[in-house]
Design a protein around this ligand. Structure first.
Ligand code: 13P
Length: 285
């Protein structure tokens, strides 16, 4: 029980052909909803934040203290992960702040530069006894405060390059480009599941799918069967939160603005529990 390295959870998830949800977290209400949903489902969970999100929570150390409090209260296994770290400075801030896992996203760079940057981040993470995720190929759409990547610039992961990338960087989890995008889909999501199977044949590590919102259950479950052990969810839970706060404003007294959070937190918890259950792929932890 408690906060642990993310790969400790994901290796087991890949072995069992299930996936663990990586949920974006931007407030203590959100952290509580994520922790309680995981406890209800008796599943581990990943709290994750981009720089914009951990800064909203008062910085990396403040976020760690808040998340750890809810993790202990709920009695769950969990990881606290930097999502889309954009620099070594962000990686170090989160390692120093007590995160148990980090991602350095150098996937926009040419292969050799991505390998060099990801190796450096892997060294720093391992020195701090934390796990590291890196990305090869590139997922399109919006990533936190980063610039939008249009679908044409988004790249699919080459299986042979993935094998080399993992061997040369020493990373623990690999995020792959197989056709998902961050944010809203402009056309029907269409995942390259054959490519995923070929990557999984060459890479025994847990594979990570970004851009999980808006993808059909059927495609997600097929991806889990082919080696995806972590699925990132942001847009879908943002929409749940905003809809619930908006609805609460219609019915609740404006003098107690904090009360808007109650139904939003409950709606978030229900939505996240449904997603966790789906990713369990009919199995128990
Ligand atoms: P969505 O916003 O599409 O759920 O993607 C989230 C994500 O991949 C964060 O890294």
């Amino acid at each position: 029980m408690g906060l642990m390295r993310m790969d400790a959870l994901l290796v087991e998830a890949r072995r069992k052909r299930m996936a663990i949800g990586g949920f974006e977290c931007w407030s203590s209400a959100g952290a509580r909803a994520i922790a309680e949903a995981a406890a209800e489902c008796r599943m581990p969970v990943i709290f994750q934040a981009t720089r914009a999100e951990y800064e909203l929570m008062g910085g990396a150390a403040a976020m760690k203290a808040i998340v750890e409090c809810y993790v202990e209260q709920a009695g769950i296994d969990a990881a606290l992960h930097l999502d889309h770290g954009a620099s070594m400075e962000e990686v170090r801030t989160c390692l120093d702040g007590g995160f148990s896992s980090v991602m350095l996203d150098a996937s926009r760079l040419p292969l050799e530069e991505n390998i060099a940057a990801s190796s450096e981040a892997a060294g720093a993470a391992h020195e701090a006894s934390c796990s590291i995720e890196a990305e090869l190929g590139h997922v399109g759409g919006f990533e936190g405060d980063l610039e939008e990547v249009d679908d044409e610039q988004a790249g699919l992961t080459d299986p042979e390059e993935a094998e080399r990338f993992v061997a040369e960087t020493g990373i623990d989890c690999l995020a792959v480009g197989i056709g998902t995008v961050h944010g809203e889909y402009r056309r029907e999501p269409n995942l390259d599941l054959d490519r995923l199977a070929r990557i999984a044949d060459r890479v025994p590590l847990p594979l990570v799918l970004h851009g999980g919102s808006g993808v059909t259950d059927e495609l997600l479950l097929q991806a889990i069967e082919r080696g995806i052990a972590k699925i990132n969810i942001c847009t879908d839970i943002h929409k749940v939160w905003i809809a619930a706060v908006t609805a609460a404003r219609e019915t609740r007294t404006p003098s107690l603005a904090g009360r808007y959070y109650e139904p939003a937190q409950e709606a978030l918890k229900t939505s996240i529990a449904g997603i966790i259950q789906k990713f369990a792929n009919g199995k128990s932890w």
